[in-house]
Structure formats: C-alpha cells, structure tokens
Design a binder for this molecule. Structure first.
Ligand code: SIN
Ligand code: FE
Length: 307
C-alpha cells in the first residue's frame, strides 16, 4: 500500500519585509515617505546601509565591554540638565568608555537623521528614546520565558506603560564576522489581537493604582498597557502559537539596517551578535493613520476606548 502523504508541518508564511537600496543615513538621500508602509506593519530593510566603525572602534565588538548585569550597553537621553546621553551597562577605563559613548552617540544621530528622512510626516513628533549597543550573543541571553526574545512577541514592558505611544526602532547589524541577525517575524497585529483578545480579562479594579503605588510601574498601567502586556506574555507562553502560527525567517546580514514598529510587528531574535538599536517614541495621534496603530486596532475590535 502507498505510504500516506505526510501532512506538512511547516507553518504558513508571512511576507512583510520590504527592501530599499539606500546607502546613506543623512538628509541628502531620497525622501521615501514610507509612513503608510510601516504603519501597516512592514519591516523596512536597507541591506546597503551600514553603520561604519572606525579602526579604533572595532575593539568594542566584544562582550567584555558589557558590565554583565544588563544585556545591552545603552544611552539614555533627555534628562533635565543632561543634554548628552548617560551610558549604562558598560565597564572599562574612562578613555575607552568615552570612545564607546561617542560611537553609540553617532548611531543615535545617524539613525535620527535617517528616520526624519524616511518619515517626513513624523518631523517634530519623534522623540529620541534609548540607544543601545548589543555586543552579547543572542544565544544564552534569556533568563526567563517572559524575557526570552527568541519567542515571537510584540514589545510591551511590565514596568514601562506606554499609554499608546508607539515604539519605532532602527536596528543595524554590525557583526564583523559575517554573522546575520537571525529573526523570525509573525502574523499581522490584527490577527494576533483576535487570537488572544477573547481570553483577556479586564484588569482588576485598583490594580493599576497598586502597581504604580508600589513602584512596579513607572506610571499608571492603563487598560491599553494591560492588553499589550497580555498579548506579549500569552504569545511567549504559547508553544503551539510559536510553532504553528504564520511566520517567516529573516536574516539581516551585517551592514543591514532595518526599521520597525516593534509594538506592532511580531518578532523574535534567534541568533546573532553585535547590533546597534535606536528607539523612537511617537505619539499615536501623530501617526498618519492612528486607527492603524495597535491602540486603534484594539479599540475597534473591542468597540470601546482603552484608557
Ligand atoms: C527584540 O527586540 O525582541 C530583540 C531584537 C534583537 O536583539 O535582535
Ligand atoms: Fe522585542
């Protein structure tokens, strides 16, 4: 008798990466006006847009510059009276740390000029968030399932409620040995929300106040933040979702920059080492189409506002 045809166990694929030929960061390049594309959940990829390190900076491509407590070395911006970025998570001699800080600062400036060129509609509205340098290998980074970024997730943070503010991220692979940043990307946000929304309960009365009063959250966790965190946690905890949901493998080669709304695009980092990342915040009302945001989508699906 014939063998039964094996049932394919490969999950359905998704096609959300869009490539562009840019080679320069600055204002001199073409103005793309790709707001609609990224607001619809695309990953914008620039395979010829490298962040170039000087000969003297290449020594920083080594995890020993990380202090071992944080997985990233980061610059925090915007403190009153602190116009420069404050560096966290690095260990070394003062001269070395100053050079490292200058390198990460240059990434912040180049990626900001780039974001303003890509998204003219966001001019005056993008706020610079942390800049990070990630010299630690993705393998072995996770300490718990909730922090395990090798599982598909949208970005949402237990201690940092966003109140609907968008998270726009500019990544660049700076690996010197040809190693790609290996990602998976997943289903569209609306499909993802529909998958878990029916099971998500409203927050307990008083819980937002308690979380803020005890310092667990930096500010009030709104119902929007509650739902986003539930989506993040439920996806990471759901082995069947991780295995079977629509997804695609994407390898970002060294010298590639990619831009994504990470609160909207399902993503996972499977492997790689040495990456730059710049976060920008964008008020949801400043989007071209706020209704396409996670908040707009969730409110439409629920038929009410999420305050
Ligand atoms: C993440 O944002 O989940 C991780 C991205 C990365 O480190 O490549
Ligand atoms: Fe993430």
């Amino acid at each position: 008798m014939d063998q039964p045809t094996p049932v394919s166990t490969r999950p359905p694929t998704v096609d959300i990466v869009r490539e562009f030929p840019d080679t320069g960061w600055g204002d001199d390049g073409p103005t793309h006006g790709v707001e609609a594309l990224i607001e619809d959940g695309a990953v914008l990829s620039f395979p010829h847009l490298a962040f170039v390190l000087s000969a003297n900076e290449r020594r920083f491509l080594d995890p020993r510059w990380a202090d071992g407590k944080a997985k990233n070395i980061s610059l925090r911006w915007g403190g009153v009276g602190a116009p420069g970025g404050e560096m966290r998570g690095a260990a070394g001699a003062p001269d070395d740390l100053a050079a490292l800080q200058a390198m990460i600062t240059r990434y912040a400036e180049q990626s900001e000029a780039f974001a303003l060129r890509l998204f003219p509609h966001y001019r005056g509205a993008l706020k610079r968030g942390n800049t990070s340098f990630r010299p630690v290998d993705v393998a072995g980074r996770a300490t718990s399932w909730r922090q395990d970024d090798t599982r598909l997730h949208i970005d949402a943070f237990p201690s940092n409620p966003m109140h609907g503010t968008r998270l726009l991220r500019v990544f660049c692979n700076v690996n010197p040995n040809g190693r790609p940043r290996e990602w998976r990307v997943g289903e569209p946000f609306e499909a993802h929300a529909k998958r878990y929304l029916p099971a998500i309960r409203r927050p307990l009365p008083g819980s937002a106040w308690l979380l803020a009063a005890t310092g667990i959250t930096k500010r009030r966790r709104t119902e929007y933040d509650h739902v986003m965190l539930q989506l993040h946690d439920r996806a990471k905890a759901d082995a069947a979702f991780q295995r079977d949901s629509p997804q695609a493998r994407v390898d970002f080669a060294p010298g590639t920059t990619w831009v994504v709304f990470s609160d909207q695009v399902l993503h996972a980092a499977l492997g790689g080492q040495h990456m730059m990342e710049q976060t920008f915040y964008l008020d949801v009302a400043q989007q071209q189409r706020p209704q396409a945001s996670p908040r707009g989508t969730l409110e439409r699906l629920l038929g009410r506002e999420l305050r």
